[in-house]
Design a protein around this ligand. Structure first.
Ligand SMILES: NC(=O)c1ccc[n+]([C@@H]2O[C@H](COP(=O)([O-])OP(=O)(O)OC[C@H]3O[C@@H](n4cnc5c(N)ncnc54)[C@H](O)[C@@H]3O)[C@@H](O)[C@H]2O)c1
Length: 423
């Protein structure tokens, strides 16, 4: 085992999850191959150009300079690995889990698997994936048996992009193995890169842990979102009620409404669980279905509020200048995948809005015409019929917004925007 930090680690997938893990493994002394099939990403990594916000280009450059980090698109480079961690995407395709990335990376890895090595799945997936899919696939390619010949397990990733307090290192890591020896090897590996490991009974419990965490968040966000719609209609300020409820020191956890959920986790992970419940038990996971329904409709609700705001001033969406602040799904990150803000933008464009959008973090703005992307300025604020705050990035100058915007619909309840209309 490579506890002393001198073994070889292969990290499959160099994205939001894989790159931070690779960097940390280099930092503690492992030799790391960062494998990604996206050659343009590998090229950027080789040039010391990070595309993941939590990893600075300087950190990346230092890792390269250590001589112990090799970004690569060639699976031959993982040969001789001691530990391999799979961090490839697990999206939905037409509402159904798409495990093709796990299958392909596992099959490629299997060709280089040696007796005594350790394989860990980190991608979020439904319970059973590690022992029903990854184990048998590795065995069929390598001829080696999980448990007896090599170590296999699952460890969910809890990375929270942009969170400076709870980082990869400080966030406890749940670990599991298909047998006692696998659990021991996997615990030892993570003990060398994070502050605390939390071993669980089996890979299925570990897989379910991740889905439980994300479903919990998804459902609670849906609860406050639905309540926000009703509270507004009843003339009650939901934000005041949430602040007051948050003063309860026990039995309550604060969640806040917004334009919907986005990113790689919340809109997708709970559906992995509901799909499995349906497939295996023939039953609907009603909480997930309901939460999906509520959260999916929040962008429509935001647009309804935009229409109402313009309507009260005898304006239509068509032809009105609307400035959106924030396209990323989450504060202080550049991730616009599945972002509800992008959906809001699309709906407004469809209605003929003269749309402008501003997001200093979002490098790519999927489906938003590049010409609509602007910098936040006095003139953009003054010429907008309505400013809609969709993501409350710290880098936005909200005092400027408060001073120069004529009308603001604030979906995040930014304290500085005292005179705006809140969601
Ligand atoms: N982003 C998050 O905040 C987060 C948090 C916890 C868990 N997760 C889970 O972690 C997994 C990865 O998510 P991510 O956000 O890092 O995705 P990502 O898209 O940022 O990165 C995945 C990378 O895997 C690469 N890849 C695809 N097929 C490959 C293959 N066959 N071999 C090697 N590389 C391959 C892709 O090119 C991509 O660069 C998903 O299951 C996700 O649900 C994500």
């Amino acid at each position: 085992m490579t506890q002393d930090g001198r073994g070889k680690v292969a990290v499959l997938g160099q994205g939001y999850v894989g790159l931070p893990l690779a960097m940390r493994a280099v930092e503690v002394g492992y030799e790391v191959v960062g494998l990604d099939v996206d050659e343009s990403r590998v090229e950027r990594l080789l040039n010391g150009d990070s595309y993941v916000e939590d990893i600075s280009s300087q950190e990346l450059t230092e890792a390269l300079a250590s001589g112990r980090y090799l970004p690569s698109a060639d699976y031959a480079d993982v040969a001789g690995f001691d530990v391999a961690v799979i961090t490839v995407p697990t999206p939905l395709r037409e509402g159904i889990p798409d495990l093709t990335y796990i299958e392909k990376s596992t099959a490629s890895l299997g060709a280089h698997l040696r007796a005594g090595a350790t394989v860990i799945l980190e991608s979020t997936t439904y319970p059973g994936t590690t022992d029903e899919l990854v184990g048998p696939l590795l065995e069929s390619v390598s001829g080696l048996r999980p448990g007896s010949d090599f170590r296999l397990g699952y460890s969910p990733e809890r990375i929270d992009p942009g969170n400076k307090t709870w980082t990869f290192v400080t966030t406890p890591k749940v670990v599991s193995g298909v047998d006692a020896a696998s659990l021991e090897a996997i615990t030892a590996f993570y003990d060398s890169v994070v502050d605390q490991t939390v071993p669980v009974r089996s890979t299925r419990e570990a897989e379910l842990t991740k889905l439980l965490e994300n479903t919990f968040r998804h459902v609670n966000i849906a609860l406050v979102n639905e309540l926000a719609v009703f509270a507004h209609a009843l003339g009650i300020n939901i934000w005041d009620a949430i602040d007051a409820a948050s003063s309860k020191p026990f039995g309550y956890m604060r969640f806040t409404p917004g334009p919907g959920v986005g990113g790689h986790c919340l809109p997708i992970d709970p559906s992995y669980l509901s799909w499995q419940v349906k497939r295996t038990l023939g039953t609907q996971f009603r909480f997930v279905e309901l939460a999906n329904d509520v959260n999916d409709h929040m962008p429509d609700y935001v647009v309804r509020r935009v229409i109402a705001s313009l309507n009260s001033r005898e304006r239509s969406v068509k032809g009105s200048r609307i400035l959106l602040l924030g396209l990323a799904y989450k504060k202080n990150t550049g991730d616009a995948r599945e972002s509800p803000a992008v959906r809001v933008a699309q709906l407004l464009l469809d209605l003929g809005a003269d749309l402008r959008a501003c997001d200093p973090h979002t490098v790519e703005s999927p489906r938003i015409p590049p010409a609509s992307m602007v910098e936040l300025s006095t003139s953009e604020l003054e010429s907008a019929d309505l400013v809609v705050v969709l993501t409350d990035h710290d880098s936005f100058d909200f005092e400027l917004v408060e001073q120069h915007a004529t009308h603001v619909l604030d979906c995040r309840n930014v304290p500085t925007l005292a005179s705006s209309e809140v969601l």
